[in-house]
Ligand binder design. Structure first.
Ligand code: EPU
Length: 435
């Protein structure tokens, strides 16, 4: 398996770290950005049309920049036309096989397969990279392409897919893979005839992609539900579309409020996408209310231990599991966390332990947290996007200073993270690592 080889440096080309002074109560209003995991498939979907597609609410994060680079390699262009708005133009494509060193920076880059296969009948791509949280195969994607009539092969490290034209069919997904569902939706939009995807991923970001595809002239029904029906069309046209808010970013700020005894208005959050997170926050003792503009989270009472299991949507998102672990270090009693999506998403436990958390893992998919523990600042690493969020959150509740290294992971997924936390009263500084 290819390891994550994401960029290890900040904008200045040098490794960066953040220093967090713990113990400050967060208070104020924060604006949630567009969802990374909705924006990435939307950018890829723009390849399905020769006409321009303008997307609003696209976060300015490293993973989006990487996908722009992939698009440019293919002969398309992605241009920022305003803050958080981009226009993708792909009147024609000159490359069908992006370089491996780009693809491995971000798992969503594999979405070019479905888009190129759907529109041009050919694509090649290395196994994608992304966070090191488990095996993360792409068999669901490839089996689906094959069912649609593509010939799947291997050229060196790259998977290849080729067909004269895809033909719609009924496909059962072995696992409701999120990106797998999105790849197959994109491919099926321009296939001949009707496609049914059974056991599809139900994440709101999948629904968002379905809405974009329909705005481009596709005929997709049921995106966001386990069975998706797609009638193939001859071509897709350009459009203008707004990406949904980032439910993981919103959840992260709600946890930050809970951890610091804070009072935070999370503007732009979509509570409809956050049932599992809101229910668990309330069970733990964080006061969460829906407001007209988003969510209001307050950490005004003692926190209690709770158990949670990470599941595909609408279950507790695996992406929120590490941030919840940070919260549960401040909850009285013993909490159990079960990771049911990835087999290796508990590496962050060792980093929380450096801060003094009483947390152990058994078998790599269960963590037991005993709280409340007084955390103490020290040097830790952001091991992936959400593991990075977990250590920053824990640092907000720790005494003294915490130094978080490898923050390029945070930059991949969180837009202006420390700037937003600072606006709420956190004390965080970004520094270049000189040693
Ligand atoms: N799986 C297979 N075969 C496949 C694909 C997946 O067995 O062909 C298994 C995986 O090994 C894993 C499970 O299915 O055990 C879930 O994987 P899935 O394919 O659903 O994950 P993904 O599509 O690769 C997306 C998000 C992740 C998020 C997961 C799970 C994007 C870009 N990534 O990944 O987000 O954790 O779904 O919900 O949408 C993040 O944003 O930090 C992130 C890692």
């Amino acid at each position: 398996m290819l390891e994550d080889t994401g960029q290890r440096t900040g904008v200045a080309g040098l490794p960066e770290r953040i220093r967090v002074e713990g113990g400050h109560r967060l208070k104020g209003t924060v604006l949630v950005g567009g969802a990374k995991n909705a924006a990435l498939p939307c950018v890829a979907a723009a390849l399905l049309s020769p006409e321009p597609v303008t997307l609003h609410n696209v976060p300015e994060i490293a993973d989006i920049e990487t996908m722009f680079a992939v698009l440019e390699f293919l002969g398309a262009s992605a241009e920022r036309v305003a803050a958080n708005s981009i226009t993708v133009k792909a009147p024609e494509i000159t490359g069908f096989s992006p370089p491996t060193d780009l693809v491995v920076k971000n798992r969503a880059n594999f979405l070019i397969m479905g888009a190129l296969l759907g529109r041009f009948g050919k694509a090649a791509c290395s196994p994608p990279g992304g966070d090191v949280i488990g095996q993360r195969p792409v068999d669901v994607h490839l089996a689906g392409f094959s069912a649609l009539g593509a010939t799947i092969g291997r050229e060196g490290e790259k998977f290849t897919a080729q067909t004269d034209r895809l033909t719609g069919t009924r496909i059962f997904l072995d696992y409701p893979s999120w990106l797998g569902t999105e790849n197959l939706m994109m491919a099926a939009c321009l296939a001949r005839g009707h496609t049914t995807l059974v056991n599809a991923a139900c994440e709101p970001e999948v629904e968002c992609l379905g809405n974009l595809l329909n705005a481009m002239g596709a005929r997709v029904r049921g995106a966001g539900q386990p069975v998706i029906e797609i009638d193939g069309v001859e071509e897709l046209h350009g459009t203008e579309f707004t990406v949904i808010p980032d439910r993981f970013e919103a959840g992260t700020f709600a946890i930050a409020a809970g951890l610091t005894g804070g009072d935070v208005l999370i503007q732009g959050a979509a509570p409809r996408h956050m049932d599992a997170v809101i229910a668990k926050l309330r069970e733990i003792g964080v006061l969460v209310e829906e407001t007209e503009s988003g969510l209001h989270a307050r950490g005004e009472q003692d926190l209690s231990a709770a158990s949670l299991q990470a599941f595909p949507y609408p279950g507790m998102p695996t992406d929120m599991q590490p941030p919840f672990a940070a919260l549960l270090t401040q909850a009285s009693g013993v909490s159990y966390i079960h990771e049911r999506v990835f087999e290796n998403r508990m590496l962050y436990v060792a980093e929380l332990r450096k801060l003094g958390a009483e947390i152990i893992t058994t078998g790599g998919t269960t963590a037991i947290v005993t709280g409340a523990t007084q955390l103490v600042g020290t040097q830790v690493r952001a091991l992936d996007i959400r593991a990075g969020a977990a250590v920053v959150l824990a640092a907000l509740a720790a005494t003294g200073y915490t130094e978080v290294r490898d923050i390029y992971h945070l930059d991949r997924g969180y837009e202006r993270f420390e700037e937003k936390l600072t606006s709420l009263g956190a004390v965080i500084e970004r520094e270049i690592v000189v040693s």
